[in-house]
Design a protein around this ligand. Structure first.
Ligand code: LLP
Length: 451
């Protein structure tokens, strides 16, 4: 397995002894004179004391800044991909900062609506939307539906004919829809998070002719007033560092898109983020600029609304996870295992994709890290690795709080209760205050569904 974070953008000169790089920490991170880490004006060791561990700590200013950056780079319509991290507070924050929200299941739709996000600021995705999910989307009037299959076209046609009604009893306007196209562009990332290639469960393939057939059917439904066919969508994959594939996708899609006379083109999400020392990801503005330049090159009209759906790049480096070290085991002739009180249940990315992270001690944030260790979790399998090849200060000891940065995306959102480990709390910090936005699960929560 290749690590999506360990591709050819990783410079070979990153010295493992170095302290954790400043760029991997949240925007408001400050190291005090004694070496302790503060985020949002709050000492993170105090947070571990007050709220327990493991704990997800999000820098609210960082989240807001990233949302604003996305809106500035892409303009109105840019969507936050909620799958990266979703709770009521995050949905509200992204909405407040002017982002549309991309939801890909009935569950994500429910959370966004519960947060009070207006339905017309939502985009519904999914390669297998159920009738119930589509009906709900029509009833609440979601802003866009991204159509993924011929079965879905049939379903929408049937549901619209059934005549869903809005809360006030009136018939909703035809839903705005986009067709998801698979452009046949491969990106250099882990195969599990690659989606733009021909052999994909997502969207309508361009090469096979499915895309042409889909736009013909949607065009006809548009003409009949069943839907309002507004655009084309393509998503290539996730944790993509190179901007060239996005431009390539536009080149491939250009000739297809231009004659359709549609007003919207969405390039999906996927902008990579740095996870470990030495990595560097392109800024949001550069991503948008390179896509726009490609649009101009292939003659996509200036009036087209060209947007994106970043998830990871909005939330990943806004957060870090705090763990408590429980055991330190030297296995002679092999390695030292440092066990923490979480693991694959709060961050399955290392075991799923072989993803790399940094580890450091927030009591001496800037310390050199000469000691190679493997940071592991408390789950009952050897794959339960948090940081496979970590470097830590020599004086790391049982009882220490250990932090892994850049855990804001696809950590909490993919968390599980494996081994009946309760999921961690999520805390937002800002201006010297911490607020719990998702409380820690209790043991009672673990049996709440059992009858
Ligand atoms: N739009 C669509 C249609 C997507 O499928 C995704 C991600 C995004 C936007 C947001 O992509 P982002 O900007 O976050 O890369 N669990 C994996 C990542 C799965 C991504 C799924 N789709 C991981 O932890 O690396």
């Amino acid at each position: 397995m290749t690590d999506p974070g360990a591709t050819d953008h990783t410079p070979a000169f990153a010295d493992p002894n170095d302290p954790v790089a400043r760029g991997l920490l949240p925007m408001t991170a400050v190291v005090t004179g004694s070496g302790r880490l503060q985020v949002g004006g709050v000492d993170v060791l105090d947070l571990a004391e007050e709220f327990g561990t493991p704990l997800f700590v999000y820098d609210e200013a960082h989240l807001r800044a990233r949302c604003r950056e996305a809106v500035e780079a892409w303009g109105d319509g840019v969507a936050y991909a909620t799958k990266a991290f979703l709770c009521v507070a995050m949905a509200r924050l992204a909405h407040e900062e002017g982002m549309v929200l991309d939801v890909s299941t009935g569950g994500e739709l429910h959370v966004a609506l519960t947060a009070g996000v207006p339905a017309d600021r939502l985009v519904l995705h999914g390669n297998n939307k159920s009738e119930d999910e589509l009906r709900r989307a029509l009833e609440v009037g979601v802003g866009r539906i991204v159509i993924d299959s011929f079965d879905e076209i049939d379903r929408i046609e049937r549901l619209v004919a059934e005549g869903p009604t809005l809360g006030d009893g009136t018939a909703p306007p035809p839903p705005k829809v986009l067709a998801r196209i698979t452009p046949g562009v491969e990106v250099h990332t882990h195969e599990f998070v690659r989606t733009g290639q021909d052999d994909s469960k997502f969207g309508f393939g361009l090469a096979s002719g499915a895309a042409a057939e889909a736009v013909e059917r949607l065009g006809a439904l548009g003409g009949a007033g069943v839907v309002e066919f507004v655009g084309i969508h393509a998503h290539l994959g996730s944790q993509v560092f190179a901007l060239a594939p996005f431009a390539r996708a536009i080149e491939v899609l250009g000739a297809f898109f231009a004659p359709l006379g549609l007003s919207e083109l969405v390039v999906g999400g996927g902008l990579g983020v740095a996870y470990v020392n030495g990595e560097e990801a392109p800024p949001m503005a550069q991503w948008a600029a390179s896509v726009r330049q490609a649009c101009t090159r292939v003659g996509i009209p200036e009036s087209t609304r060209v947007t994106a759906e970043p998830g990871r790049s909005i939330v990943a480096s806004a957060a870090l996870t705090l763990y408590r070290v429980g055991t330190v085991k030297d296995v002679a002739g092999h390695r030292t295992y440092v066990s923490v009180d979480g693991g694959m249940s709060d961050n399955p990315r290392p075991v799923l994709y072989g993803s790399g992270y940094e580890a450091f001690l927030p009591r001496e944030t800037g310390a050199l890290r000469p000691k190679p260790v493997r940071v592991v979790g408390k789950h009952c399998e050897s794959g339960d690795v948090v940081v496979s090849d970590a470097f830590v200060p020599d004086d790391l000891a049982v009882g220490d709080v250990l932090a892994t940065p850049v855990t804001g995306a696809y950590g909490h959102s993919m968390a599980s209760n494996y081994n009946k480990v309760p999921r961690p709390a999520v805390v937002f910090v800002a201006d010297g205050e911490a607020r719990v936005v998702v409380r820690r699960e209790s043991f009672d929560d673990l049996v709440r569904l059992d009858l």
